[in-house]
Design a protein around this ligand. Structure first.
Ligand SMILES: CC(C)(COP(=O)(O)OP(=O)(O)OC[C@H]1O[C@@H](n2cnc3c(N)ncnc32)[C@H](O)[C@@H]1OP(=O)(O)O)[C@@H](O)C(=O)NCCC(=O)NCCS
Length: 169
C-alpha cells in the first residue's frame, strides 16, 4: 500500500457563528463544535484511506476560549499517524473576530478513526509521511498517545463490564 503525505489528508472548514448554534451566553454551543470536529476528522481520514471509516475515540477536547456569535470558526485537520487500520487525526480550531482580525486557538483534539470494509471489519490503511516541523513533531509523539489510548480503551471496557446494562428502565 503506497504511503501518503499528511498534506494529502488536509481539510479546512470555515463557517460563521450564527444564533441557531449558540448557547444562552451568545457563544458557540460545545456540542456543535464537537460535531464539526468529528466531521472534519472523518473527511480527513477518508481522504487518507479512501475507505469508509468510523470514529473509534476522541481524546479530550479542551475549550480554551469562547467563540462568539459573529466570529468565524476555522477547523484544520490532517492525519498525523497510522496504525494498521487506525488513523490519528489532529484537529485545530481557530476563531476569528471578523471586525478586529483577532484570532485564538480555541480547541485542539486528536481523534482515532478506523477504516472499515464492506462487512464493517477494520481494514488496512496507508502509512503517513510527515514533511513540515509541525507534522514531524505530531508524528513523533503519536506512538505515546496511541499507547495511552490502548490503556484507556481497556479501562473503558472494564467499566462497561462492571456497570453493564442492568438499570431500572
Ligand atoms: C472501532 C471498531 C471498528 C474497532 O473494531 P474491533 O473489531 O474492536 O477491532 P480492533 O480491536 O482490531 O481495533 C482496530 C483498530 O482500532 C483501534 N481502536 C479500537 N478502539 C479504539 C479506541 N477506543 N481508541 C483508539 N483506537 C482504537 C485499535 O487500536 C486498532 O488499531 P490498529 O489496527 O491501527 O492497530 C469497533 O469497536 C466499532 O465499530 N466501534 C464503534 C464505532 C462507532 O460506532 N463510532 C461512531 C460513534 S457513535
Amino acid at each position: 500500500m503506497k504511503e501518503k503525505y499528511c498534506r494529502e489528508s488536509f481539510v479546512v472548514k470555515t463557517s460563521i457563528v450564527l444564533p441557531p448554534d449558540t448557547n444562552n451566553y451568545g457563544t458557540l454551543f460545545g456540542g456543535k463544535l464537537m460535531a464539526y470536529i468529528d466531521d472534519v476528522a472523518a473527511i480527513s481520514a477518508m481522504r487518507h484511506g479512501r475507505k469508509s471509516i468510523v470514529t473509534a475515540s476522541t481524546d479530550s477536547v479542551d475549550f480554551l476560549h469562547p467563540i462568539f456569535e459573529g466570529n468565524s470558526v476555522c477547523l484544520e485537520a490532517f492525519v498525523t499517524y497510522t496504525g494498521r487500520t487506525s488513523m490519528e487525526v489532529f484537529v485545530k480550531v481557530i476563531a476569528e473576530d471578523l471586525l478586529t482580525g483577532d484570532r485564538n486557538v480555541c480547541a485542539l483534539s486528536f481523534l482515532t478513526m478506523v477504516a472499515i470494509d464492506k462487512n464493517g471489519k477494520p481494514t488496512e490503511v496507508p502509512k503517513v509521511i510527515p514533511e513540515t516541523d509541525e507534522e514531524k513533531s505530531l508524528y513523533e509523539t503519536a506512538k505515546d498517545r496511541a499507547t495511552n489510548r490502548k490503556k484507556r480503551r481497556k479501562e473503558s471496557e472494564e467499566f462497561a463490564k462492571k456497570y453493564g446494562t442492568d438499570l431500572p428502565w
